[in-house]
Design a protein around this ligand. Sequence first.
Ligand SMILES: Nc1ncnc2c1ncn2[C@@H]1O[C@H](COP(=O)(O)OP(=O)(O)OP(=O)(O)O)[C@@H](O)[C@H]1O
Length: 247
Amino acid sequence: MENILEVEDLGIMIDGEKIVKDISFFVHDQHITCIVGESGSGKSITMSAVLGLLPKVACKTKESKIMFHGDSMFCIYQDPMNSLNSSVKVGKQLYQMAKGYKKMTRTEFDQQMGIILERIKFEDPMRTLNKYPFELSGGMLQRLMIACAILVTPSLIIADEPTTALDVSIQKEIMREFRAINREYQTAILVVTHDFGVVAELADDVIVMHDGEIVEKGRVLDLFDSPQEEYTKRLLKASFEGAENCS
Ligand SMILES: Nc1ncnc2c1ncn2[C@@H]1O[C@H](COP(=O)(O)OP(=O)(O)OP(=O)(O)O)[C@@H](O)[C@H]1O
């Protein structure tokens, strides 16, 4: 099994403080890997480093190594509304995005997106592409981003809390679509989440982060069956006890 992404001794400094503490992990090609941890554990800033988009206040240590072995990465953010321009129609923005990956005319884009959107059950794809972001729900925008990911078929999709802002039924739909992309195109997907429910639904492999460090990593079934670290045991217990109490 090849690794599509290898991160070695990644250290991230903010204001003289090491926020991410020399972590190493890899993402298997064709697998869905989840990075899970509580708020502030350093998941998002780790992803920013992988994407080469660290905020100005942060810098990597010189020992940090990030090796990407694919052709392209496509990022899906938690809140697509904030990553899109509210005064430009979504079709135009997604076309600009897709053009960065694949040479195509707007007509070709519309045709291909039309097919994908129909497949993922959009009733009127062209009408949707003709709308402004604020005219669509968070779930619709997230599914449009997923459709765009299907269109550009990157080697790696990075999704930072892709379902957090959404209703439970839409969350399930989004997770189904991620799984379908992974199965159909063997695209590797790296998902950042605080939610062990998402990990249970999606992940082949899991990396648990706490306070800028990796506490535990491995195959998801092994980790759920026999977590080795107290921190992981606690998180798992809290997540699934909470879920049982809700049902
Ligand atoms: N732009 C920034 N400026 C200052 N500190 C930051 C910045 N981004 C992240 N941090 C700090 O880095 C640490 C890790 O943040 P990060 O957003 O990566 O955590 P997280 O695990 O993704 O949590 P969350 O789910 O709440 O986003 C936090 O202590 C945070 O305050």
